[in-house]
Write a protein that binds this ligand. Sequence first.
Ligand code: TMP
Length: 212
Amino acid sequence: MNDPQKAKFVSFEGIDGCGKSTLMDRLADWLKEARIPYVRVREPGGTTIGEKIRQILLDPASSDMTGRTEVLLYSASRAQLTWQVIVPALERGEWVLADRFVDATFAYQGFGRGFDPERLEMIQRWATGGLWPDKTILLDCEVALAMSRLGGREGTDRDRIELEEEAFHRKVRSGYLALARKEPERFILLDASKPLEEVVEDFRKRFWLARF
Ligand code: TMP
C-alpha cells in the first residue's frame, strides 16, 4: 500500500450469488483487528432514502420499470449514499467497504441492459462528484453456480433483478470481466468457484499486497 495512512474506499462486485458478503465480513474482521475504523454500506440503499429506493428497484412488482428509470434510481441511491455517508466517512479517516458501487451500473445497466457506457459514466461522475473506489474486488464464477447458491438462500425470495433470465446474468458477468480487464490496477479479480477458504486466502494475499 503506498499510503497506509489514507482511508481507502473498497467496493465488492460480482453477479448475484457470487459470495460478496463473506469477503466483506473478512475484510471487516481484519480492519477491526488492526484497529482501523471503517463503515460498511450496501447498494442500492445504505441511507434512509436509499433503502426506500431499493424497495422500489428490487420489488418484483416493479416489472414495468423502464430501463432509464432503473439507471436513474440506482444513481439516485448512489448519490445519496456518496454525499451522506461515504464522503464524510473518508473525510473522518474511516475506510469504506461498499457492497457494490458504480461498476454495478456499468455491468448490469450497461452490459446487461445495453445502455451506452459513456452516458452511464457521465451520470455516475455527476452523481458521485467523481468519487471512485480505490480498489474493487470482483468475485467471478459461472452463472449456473451463482444461481444454484441463490436457490439455496433460506427464507428469501428472488428480487426483480435476480429473477432476470440466465442470459442477462451471463452478459453482466462478461461485462464485469471486461471492466476488470480495462482497469487491472483497480480491480482484484478472484475465482469465486473455488472453495470458500481458498477464495478468502487469495483475497487476503492479493489485497494486502496491492498498491492503492
Ligand atoms: P444486492 O442483491 O447485491 O444487494 O444488489 C441488488 C441488485 O441490484 C443486484 O441484483 C444487482 C442490482 N444492481 C444493479 O442492477 N445496478 C446497480 O447499480 C446496483 C448497485 C445493483
